[in-house]
Each structure stands twice: as C-alpha cells, then as structure tokens.
Ligand binder design. Sequence first.
Ligand code: SF4
Ligand code: SF4
Length: 421
Amino acid sequence: MARVHNWQLGREMTYTYDAAYPRAQFAFVFNINRCIACQSCTMACKSTWTFSKGQEHMWWANVETKPYGGYPMFWDMKILELLERANPDGQRWTGAPAGDPRGPWGRFEGQTIFEAPRMLTPDSARVLGYLPADDEWNSPNIYEDNPVGERGKPREYHRTGESLPEHKTWFFYLARICNHCQYPACLAACPRKAIYKRPEDGIVLIDQAECRGYRKCVEACPYKKSMYRGNTRVSEKCVACYPRVEGRDPESGGVPLETRCMAACIGQIRLQGLVRLNPDGTWAEDRQNPLYYLVHVAKVALPLYPQFGTEPNGYYIPPRWVPRPYLRQMFGPGVDAALERYEKPDRELTAVLQLFRRSNKIIFGYKVVEGPKVYEGTLRGRKVTVHDDTVIAYGRRGEELFRTKVEEPIHVRSSRHANSI
Ligand code: SF4
Ligand code: SF4
C-alpha cells in the first residue's frame, strides 16, 4: 500500500498505488437546488451508450430521490454502515473549514474505504465494498418523490404516506454519474489492471479487452458506478463522453463539448469542465475557471461523500431545505458555509450561476462586466440588491463562447401570431 495525499480529507491516506496525477481533470458541479428530476440526463446517456442487449439494467447517469431512493438500492446507506461497523463512532472530522487548498474542509479522522478493509477482512482485501444483489439494480428510480419511511423499519418506504401537516417532510433529487475519482476504487480493486485513468483529462476507463468480469470494480466502487454486463461478461462504466470532451464529436467543430447528460439538462443544474492540477494533485489556481471559482473561491460546491476517500470529481451545491446533519454526512463539514454563501450570493456568484447550460461547449474561463442595479428589496429580513451584470464565457484558446446577463430577457409577443387561436 502506498501513501497519497487526499486534499478533500486534509490528510494522507493509504491507496493501492503510488500517486500519479493527470495534467487536467474532468470535473463537474451540480446545483441540486435546481434539479426537477425530469430524467432528461438519464435518457440522454441511455440513448447514447447503454441501449443494447445486456445493458438493460445499466444507467450510467441516474437521478434518485433522497433519502430513500438509490441506484442500486440503498448503495450509500450500505457503504456508510460498513464503514461505521469497521470504525464505530470514529467517522469524524476535526478542524474548522479554513480554505487551505490541501485541506479546505478540515481533517477527516475516520477510515476511508481503502483503510477500513484491514479492520474487517483479510490483508488481501484492497477496498471495503459490497456486491449489490441482482434485484437491487432493477429499479433505477424507486421511491421517486417519496419523503417518508416505514416507521421502525430501516430501509423501507412508507406504503401509504404520511398525512400533512403532522410530519415535516423533505426530499431532494440527487443526480449522479461516475465521479472519475482521483483515487478510483474501481481501479484499485481490479486484479487485471484493466482500469486506467487518462493522463490528459483524468477520465477513468475500463479496457474491455483486458477485463475478465471478476466484478471487483463493481464491489469496490462506493458510488456503484461500475456495472457488470452479463451477455459480454465484462464490466462497463461511464466513459465521460470522451469523444465530446476531446472535441471529436461531429457537431463540436473541433472544440471540447460537455457530456450528453450535461448538454441535455433541462433544469440547468449542470456545469462540466476540465481543471488544471498541480504536481501534488491539488487544483492549480485558475481564478477565472468557473469550476475553480465555485469549489475554491465561492466554496459553494462540495464533493459527494468525501469520507469514502476516492477524491471524487463531482461537486454539488447542496439543497437548502434539507436537515443539516444529513447534508453534513453526505457532503462533509463545508455544508453550512456553502449554503450561507449560496443563499446570499454576491455579484460574482450570481453572475457565474448564469453560466450553467447556456452552451454545450466546455467553458475554460469567464469575465463579469458590471451592469446597472435592477432590484433592491428585502428577503427574509435582509437587504437584497441585484445588478444586471453580463458574464462572458471563454473557450480553451480564449475565444468568446457566449455572453449572458443576470436578468433573463423578456420577449413580448404580439397578441396575433402564427399559432394564435
Ligand atoms: S465513481 Fe466509482 S467507477 Fe467512477 S472512478 Fe470513482 S470508483 Fe471508479
Ligand atoms: S436533466 Fe437536469 S434537471 Fe432534469 S433530472 Fe437531469 S439533472 Fe435534473
């Protein structure tokens, strides 16, 4: 076992291989507050990559209703339970979130999935995980919109539902794809070394010719984003639409495009890009890259279950209405500060949030041009001022991709038009 630095955990950890970082890293931010569970992303991925025989159960991109939904069923509860069993009451963070790029959310003192196996299983085990049963992959959208559980029965949802207003309920939609982790558990567990991380963009792929279908990756991935295909007897996973990211999609005109699931997003929750890395694997300062800004400057976007230890490259702006202990377990100790900033956005954050889904092209930089004040008022007892600033997005070579404004333009149609009745 090697020692590597996991900046999301603010400490070193054990990993199967020595550290080796790509030059740039595929990463994304999802704003949960905007997701409407329309499943356009899910179907965009399905119709592109997993529409063939033997792939019926495969949803590389999915959207599940939390807290009860999950694909495969109860994937996160099961991993959390395993970790808790391995390290009872020890899965804790210390230190205040301070913004240090080598540990921005303090220090995780618990055990990751790479450290816990030594406490549970023989020395030969590389990663703590489990293999979902076949029927757990059957229903990618089970418990949709279901906010209540069966009383006294863990992992069961309420058959009839509660009657309001007796019970305060909540749920939210969690959109997920493979996180193209910095320390992939799938890669660590593969005895064939069939899984690799590309040096140019950090995308994690399975070499189909090398895979023998041992399903060690399926067992090890804590996010359960590596899947086994019965009719070919090899495993498959999200490929991050790499031809699009490389600019080789026929519609791209040679410039890098966002993935299909990002491009299809109706709710405009998704922003995907490439971030530059330092030699030690931390994000290189790139102040005008919108992903860098959202994660490291505005600090509103947080990794999904950072305590698993894979250093996932999917970041989420947490939902405002969900109990904080639940969110802290899911996104770590940065939740409270992130929501404080998101609920009171400054001018720059307001402008950057307009970049989501204005184009399918990957944004490498942005600039905000100040505009006039268009609103002043109070919201929940605090003063709110809105400016109609313009945000300009730039591509890889510094070319302008588009510009958009904070205030959405209003088009007034005449009362008589082509399809008036
Ligand atoms: S999310 Fe899972 S499948 Fe994707 S890179 Fe991480 S460990 Fe591998
Ligand atoms: S397309 Fe966007 S809004 Fe619709 S379910 Fe997917 S992430 Fe949510």
